[in-house]
Design a protein around this ligand. Structure first.
Ligand SMILES: Cc1cc2nc3c(=O)[nH]c(=O)nc-3n(C[C@H](O)[C@H](O)[C@H](O)COP(=O)(O)O)c2cc1C
Length: 201
């Protein structure tokens, strides 16, 4: 299927088939794909936490508002977190990069705008990996749902994350298409018109 056709059929699944599980091989492939996500100057300020343990997943589900049922119905939840300590990020992630990228890009264009700007830039990198991941899932025939509707603080505590802050999570599984109100066959994709969002010169 072309990428355009995949983009037309992927959707944020609201109802999963809890009788179908994704395989360990698929889970391992998804881990490798996430590791290969691109990021600005290859900064990689992230941690991807794969949760298949049912007890832990249920605990996270209980801190996920409207997303609780979906998380309980799939066998894989991935939590995307960002590094929270800028100094540590600079010492660990930036120290291995070419000096020219730090002096010519990071310091004058990002760091010079202050800590909030750096933090926002770090989070942006994690969101890039989300787009990469969602595309990968549908290319593998897997349905997925990005979820910002989680209690980030509760997630951080449950996962005992030190130095990282959870931003969002993604469920991966197989849709119960016949019973999902969000399936594109029931709810056609809604997007602004091309002419409103794309300009060409
Ligand atoms: C960053 C992000 C966070 C989202 N959070 C949730 C969520 O918590 N729960 C949910 O059901 N859908 C969530 N969505 C799904 C969006 O509502 C959905 O992508 C949008 O309506 C477009 O529909 P589509 O993904 O089916 O094409 C989120 C999407 C993104 C990109």
């Amino acid at each position: 299927m072309s990428f355009l056709d995949l983009a037309k059929v992927r959707y944020s699944t609201k109802k999963y088939d809890n009788t179908k599980q994704i395989s360990n091989e698929q889970i391992e492939e998804l881990k490798q794909i996430l590791r290969l996500s691109p990021s600005s100057i290859n900064s990689q300020p992230w941690k991807f936490t794969f949760i298949t343990n049912q007890t832990l997943k249920k605990e996270l589900a209980s801190q996920s508002y409207v997303n609780e049922q979906s998380i309980n119905d799939v066998n894989l939840l991935v939590v995307f977190s960002v590094m929270e300590n800028i100094e540590h990020f600079e010492n660990r992630n930036l120290s291995v990069l070419p000096e020219a990228w730090i002096k010519g890009f990071y310091e004058p264009l990002i760091k010079s705008n202050g800590d909030e700007a750096v933090k926002s830039w770090l989070e942006n990198q994690v969101y890039i990996s989300l787009g990469f991941f969602l595309s990968a899932c549908i290319s593998m025939g897997l349905d997925a749902t990005p979820m910002e509707g989680i209690d980030r603080t509760a997630y951080k505590n449950i996962l005992k994350q030190d130095g990282y802050s959870p931003l969002f999570a993604v469920t991966v599984g197989y849709a119960d298409a016949a019973n999902d109100w969000a399936h594109p066959a029931v709810l056609p994709k809604s997007r602004f018109e091309m002419k409103e969002i794309i300009e060409s010169f």
